[in-house]
Write a protein that binds this ligand. Sequence first.
Ligand code: ADP
Length: 165
Amino acid sequence: MSETIHTIAFYPGSFDPLTNGHLNIIQRALRVFDQVVVAMAQNVNKRAMFTLEERKALVQECFRGEPRVSVVMFDGLMVEAARKHHATAVLRGLRGVADFETEFQMATMNNVLAPALETVFMMTEKSHFFVSSHLVREVASLGGDISPLVPEPVNRALRERMARP
Ligand code: ADP
């Protein structure tokens, strides 16, 4: 077997913002893949809390010193973006049956579009099964303490955002 085989996971999502759930999936994926490309979907989402640039900067700050993690943005078909970044697999996280239903549908559609591109699922660690960016945004905007659920740079950014008049 060649020593030069290089595995690249393409991890798409909105990451608005990055949570400990995402962080955990990326860290564990680094044990399986040589590289993880965190891919921010540019879909126009008027309800986003952080801009794409802010989200990207937060992920980069959390993985500073880890050259195997990179952050990109993409629009259009996810499978095309994965191909462009030479992904060997698409990486997704599963929290429970609710995720399973939509993820199964998406993975099947992507398999039709790009049969050579596998989707790899990682189950959430038990301490993160209830963590979602949506809930983090909601609790933070109501003044709740979300520090146990997000990396410190994200916690800081959320607090700054909430302190704005
Ligand atoms: P969210 O669903 O939290 O808004 P994203 O759209 O950014 O987040 O999700 C990107 C990927 O990360 C999806 O595959 C999603 O299932 C996964 N993910 C999100 N939160 C967690 C978590 N707490 N544990 C495991 N996977 C997660």
